[in-house]
Ligand binder design. Structure first.
Ligand SMILES: [Fe+2]
Length: 336
């Protein structure tokens, strides 16, 4: 069953498309994920990911039909949610670090995220993010409560385009919710096309902004790479592509006009920030070309059932990423 509902009350509010799986279909997805896990083993290997593209053809037809329609939608929907997926009940205690989260018990769920992502495109990884894993883990970590990465909790994770610094960033961010006992909200916001003053939009479309890699990329010594100025908006006026990161973007030093335009953009996106609560068995695909996303703050308890999501980054076309790839891998991109 598929439905589309507006996220908010304003007439131009973005919408959320949700497909609720029938119990039979949820079982089929889980069985396929378990089989992929058994037969393919390592979810992060190039060969596995190549094989998944064909295996995803065995997902239920109505599910693939829904995802393809989302992929092809001319007017971006923003956020696509699959609900009622079956995730492992005996997944084990939520780890306290991503380092110990690629567990055998959670690997079938990692394959679920990969299979669903493979309907939309090609999953990718980053060389300096979670050891170059393709499926990464989002969970709170002790000591990171007030950091600017997804392991935070007491501090709100500010809205951002995923990996906004890179031209090879994902087209979708996929989040499969295994646990969310506090009902913590993911946040999303989107530019209202045509609502920015013309002069502001013109400046945002010029190469007058600096976007540095965020700390989720564990670069040696954290020295900021020398990045050239970029535009934050590109594409046609009625459907612009946005790249922005509330905490890690700035105007070129001394450019007051760019500074003012940036302030306007931040206020615009702040004002449209909307909560989406993912429940266990929900998988959200956030359109990373038009939407920014973040997470509300919460009090982590580090209990065995603490919040835990599996994340995949998906590009429409893996060949587009070739100039940004690390080593000989077809899937791992350079973090700088
Ligand atoms: Fe993110």
């Amino acid at each position: 069953m598929a439905e589309t509902a507006p996220l908010g009350s304003s007439p131009d509010a973005p919408s959320l498309s949700r497909h609720v799986l029938a119990p039979d279909d949820a079982q089929k997805v889980q069985r396929l994920s378990q089989r992929a896990c058994r037969e393919l083993g390592d979810p992060h290997a190039d060969d596995t990911l190549d094989a998944l593209a064909a295996l995803a053809g065995e997902l239920p037809l109505n599910l693939r039909d829904f995802l393809h329609r989302e992929r092809l939608a001319e007017s971006p929907r923003g956020i696509t949610v699959l609900s009622n997926l079956t995730v492992a009940e005996d997944v084990g205690p939520t780890p306290e670090s991503w380092r110990s989260a690629d567990t055998p018990k959670s690997r079938p769920d990692a394959f679920t995220a990969l299979l669903l992502g493979s309907v939309l495109g090609d999953p990718i990884a980053w060389s300096a993010q979670q050891s170059g894993r393709v499926v990464t883990d989002v969970l709170p970590s002790p000591g990171m409560e007030r950091s600017d990465v997804s392991a935070s909790s007491a501090k709100e994770l500010s809205w951002h385009t995923e990996d906004a610094f890179s031209p090879y960033r994902a087209d979708w961010v996929g989040l499969l919710c295994l646990r969310n006992p506090h009902g913590v909200a993911t946040t999303v916001s989107q530019l209202a096309a045509g609502e920015l003053p013309e002069a502001v939009e013109r400046v945002l479309r010029e190469d007058r902004f600096i976007l540095a890699p965020d700390p989720a990329h564990e670069l040696d010594g954290r020295t900021e790479p020398d990045v050239p100025p970029i535009a934050l908006l590109t594409g046609p006026p009625d459907a612009p592509t946005l790249r922005a990161d509330r905490d890690f973007m700035r105007a070129v030093p001394g450019d007051d006009e760019a500074e003012a335009a940036l302030k306007h953009l931040i206020g615009h996106l702040d004002g449209r920030l909307t909560d989406v609560v993912l429940r266990p068995g929900d998988m959200a695909f956030i359109d990373n070309t038009t939407f920014v996303h973040g997470r509300r703050s919460f009090q982590a308890t580090y209990s065995p059932t603490e919040r835990w999501l599996k994340r995949v980054n998906v590009v429409r076309d893996i060949r587009r990423t070739r100039p940004g790839r690390a080593g000989g891998s077809r899937r791992v991109l350079h973090s700088r």
